[in-house]
Design a binder for this molecule. Structure first.
Ligand code: AAO
Length: 512
């Protein structure tokens, strides 16, 4: 009885750190700006068959329509109400997506914008994605409803009303982030409205939330909102399952607020991950891949069970948020695949893969002046659908990194080696490294300008394996390089420095 209680309690305590994935699945993909109808189809035709665990979706609630510039992606971070009604689709389409994705075991994680409403200069009228009336000047959002009593204007001490100094905790949490009207989350009424919104999503069947701009909310306020959330919908989840929570806190060090203040609430986005890994793979600042031998907490990253990790996100792939120039993106495809390959092979953290749309960058004084460009649109401003080409890539300017063979196969690798520690580490002191995951998988990188020819202990059982980077196992044949593991577990690897993808990954489910 005591043991049962203990188990139950420990289950409850760890609950919001657990993404609730189906067993054998490990990785979510952010389908940035996708329409609900396209996500539903993608769950069925691609994500479930390839072992993806979940999808982070763009904010589903009604937002301000911005026409100057013309429909930027960031208008979705300016809420007008909690009606499910955006360019991605209406409530019925959202429900259909959640149902269809859940039915194939791919769960939905909502980007929850609860720190603020639209910008102070957002004007008034019905220029919102569901046509709801609002008045930013008088702080009136009748479709929630919120009034001027529900914002932090009185509390903020800066002259502009905006955050002016990230060194001042009170400014960061009580003033407006880039002029966005800051909700008074200490008010029971505001907490209730937010909890109602999130509980509506939970009842529809979502499995968890990204809390946008968490640095700008007091951790204790977030906690009270989490405590008001219902358990997940038992149509798809075990009774008593708690929503997965990951909080967006940018902590690269050197500021008044640090990520660890949020560990009690849920996981936290680890922005150091992509920034540091980008430096390593680019070989900037004297970094080398060999230094990755103690990657994770050994590098000063947050505790493994608190970290939500990613190579790039929707902000830092275009110079918003933080991370700087080192961030790897699809624009640097060869390095990007190595970075994502490393992340998915390495046991640290809960991993998220980015899936983007293409835009034309235009750097003026080192700044991309096209960083605002929204998703591909039709002439009426509606978001273009994701079309699928014969070779399984995407059309209409959707990049679909998650469909790149190397990335998709590394998601399967991560699933295959799940639960195994990091083993058989090898390095040449420079930019050639290799490691295994117990007796389930092995990966090797050559990020040097010279060719590589090494024989290493893999930890795998004897046999012929198909490299899932240069190709993959299809039926009984291998479309890529074949690797022979001897009875002692060793194998010879040769990787040309000019290979399309200078890394090789093998695992037990790709054994011939
Ligand atoms: C838009 C316009 C604004 C306008 C506003 C209202 O661009 O000019 O004032 O509307 O009309 C997104 C866009 C914003 C957009 C907003 C609303 O990115 O451009 O504003 O929608 O439409 C901070 C926050 C972080 C936030 C990030 C962008 O802490 O939470 O800014 N990310 C989320 C979302 C994001 C969204 C919002 C929040 C708002 O992911 O898409 O904004 O809902 C430092 C701090 C960080 C801070 C950055 C950027 O980072 O540490 O906390 O992020 O500055 O201000 C080095 C440092 C690093 C530093 C970095 C940049 O790397 O090490 O610490 O430099 O200085």
């Amino acid at each position: 009885m005591k043991l049962l209680l203990l188990l139950l309690l420990s289950g409850l305590c760890s609950a919001q750190y657990n993404p609730n994935y189906r067993s054998g699945r490990t990785t979510m993909v952010h389908l940035f700006e996708w329409r609900w109808a396209d996500i539903a189809a993608e769950c069925e035709r691609y994500l479930a068959p390839n072992g993806f665990a979940g999808v982070q979706v763009s904010p589903p609630n009604e937002n301000l329509i911005i026409t100057s510039p013309n429909r930027p992606w960031w208008e979705r971070y300016q809420p007008i109400s909690y009606k499910i009604c955006t360019r991605s689709g209406n409530e019925q389409q959202f429900r259909d997506m959640v149902t269809r994705c859940n039915n194939v075991g791919v769960f939905i994680y909502v980007d929850a914008v609860i720190n603020h409403m639209c910008g102070a200069g957002g004007g008034s009228g019905t220029r919102s994605t569901c046509g709801s009336n609002y008045n930013a000047g008088s702080r009136d959002f009748p479709a929630v409803p919120y009034s001027n009593l529900d914002f932090n204007d009185g509390k903020c001490k800066t002259a502009s009303g905006n955050i002016e100094n990230y060194g001042d905790v009170y400014q960061v949490r009580d003033c407006r982030l880039v002029s966005l009207l800051d909700l008074a989350l200490e008010k029971d009424y505001v907490r209730g409205k937010i909890a109602d919104y999130l509980n509506n999503l939970i009842s529809i069947g979502v499995a968890g939330f990204r809390f946008d701009a968490s640095k700008h909310m007091w951790p204790g306020d977030i906690k009270t909102i989490i405590n008001r959330l219902n358990n997940l919908n038992t149509q798809w989840f075990h009774g008593g399952s708690r929503p997965f929570i990951f909080q967006e806190v940018i902590d690269l060090g050197g500021e008044a607020i640090s990520a660890n203040e949020y560990y009690g609430n849920g996981r936290v986005t680890e922005f150091k991950y992509g920034a540091k890994l980008g430096n390593v793979i680019r070989k900037w600042n004297g970094e080398r891949m060999s230094y990755l031998r103690n990657w994770g907490e050994g590098w000063g990253l947050m505790p493994n069970d608190r970290a939500l990790v990613f190579v790039d996100n929707h902000d830092n792939q275009r110079g918003h948020g933080a991370g700087g120039a080192s961030i790897l993106t699809f624009f640097d495809a060869r390095l990007y695949k190595m970075g994502v390959g490393f992340m998915l092979a390495h046991p640290y953290g809960s991993a998220r893969v980015m899936s983007s749309y293409r835009w034309t960058r235009n750097f003026v004084n080192g700044q991309d002046v096209n960083d605002w460009i929204g998703p591909p649109i039709n002439s009426d401003g509606s978001t273009k659908s994701v079309t699928i080409n014969a070779d399984s890539t995407c059309g209409n300017d959707w990049v679909c990194e998650h469909r790149w063979r190397q990335i998709k196969n590394m998601v399967i690798f991560r699933n295959t080696v799940d639960g195994q520690g990091l083993t058989n580490w090898w390095e040449n002191g420079g930019n050639q490294i290799a490691f295994g995951r117990g007796n389930r998988g092995f990966i090797i990188f050559n990020n040097e300008s010279s060719n590589m020819d090494v024989t290493l202990n893999t930890g795998l059982s004897a046999g012929t394996y198909c490299d899932v980077i240069s190709g993959q196992k299809e039926g009984t044949r291998c479309t890529g390089t074949q690797i022979t593991v001897s009875s002692s577990g060793s194998a010879r690897f040769t990787i040309s420095s000019s290979a399309d993808d200078p890394f090789i990954a093998i695992h037990v489910n790709a054994k011939l």
